[in-house]
Design a protein around this ligand. Structure first.
Ligand code: NI
Ligand code: MN
Length: 225
């Protein structure tokens, strides 16, 4: 059993009844986020890359909960410098955590910190938890190797950007779903800023026209996978 809560933008909370994992917790300053960072009790904080709309409240949540930041090496080092516990990984590598297994994938994007420091490569993450496999793509353009990600693991839920401008837009995201062939696709990274305004129902209509499952999650909504 795995509960998945969409906090808006690219932030999701995973809960298997024992452990909570939060991904890309951009909560403070996010106009669509229904919760406060101080409400989050997750012990594991996965950060796909260092842009402010992904790193967000990650370090504060880690400190408040004596939690663990999970990120690629350069970003994990930055978190440790700021006083957080961190687990350094890199793309292609997986590790068995108390909540399950996490493996970082490639993502085509950037990853400087808000103060302009190099923070390593941006990543996506395949997370096995509660008997389910989640693929959070991070911020990325479309890439053909997504096919390989879908071949290596049967993805139960794919969390992918559709907002265009900084990432895939709807039509490329549709191809990404074809490549990965997940049990369920959930759009993210849209409508937070003026340049990423898109209608997620258009994406859903295209995915379902291809006889695949899509769910547009409301901000703060929880589903059980
Ligand atoms: Ni980004
Ligand atoms: Mn972003």
């Amino acid at each position: 059993m795995l509960k998945l809560t969409y906090l808006s933008h690219s932030s999701f909370l995973l809960d298997d009844g024992t452990h909570q994992v939060i991904i890309d917790p951009f909560l403070t300053g996010n106009p669509n986020c229904p919760v406060k960072a101080s409400d989050i009790k997750a012990k594991f904080i996965v950060i796909t890359h260092a842009h402010g709309d992904h790193l967000g409240d990650g370090l504060a949540i880690a400190k408040a909960n004596d939690g663990l930041v999970i990120a690629v090496n350069e970003l994990a080092n930055y978190a440790a410098e700021q006083g957080c516990n961190a687990h350094n990984m890199h793309i292609g590598g997986g590790w068995n955590f108390p909540f399950g297994r996490l493996k970082f994938t490639i993502a085509h994007h950037g990853s400087s910190s808000p103060d302009g420091r190099y923070m390593g490569e941006p990543a996506g993450a395949v997370i096995k938890m509660g008997g389910k496999t989640i693929y959070h793509t991070g911020d990325t353009g479309l890439f053909l190797d997504m096919k390989l990600i879908g071949e290596i693991d049967k993805i139960d839920a794919m969390l992918l950007p559709i907002g265009d401008n900084f990432t895939m837009g709807i039509d490329d995201a549709l191809r990404a779903v074809e490549f990965v062939n997940p049990g369920l696709s959930i759009p993210m990274h849209y409508n937070t800023f003026p340049v990423i305004q898109v209608d997620p129902e258009v994406f859903k209509a295209k995915v379902t026209a291809n006889e695949k499952n899509c769910r547009v999650m409301q901000y703060g909504e929880t589903i059980t996978l």
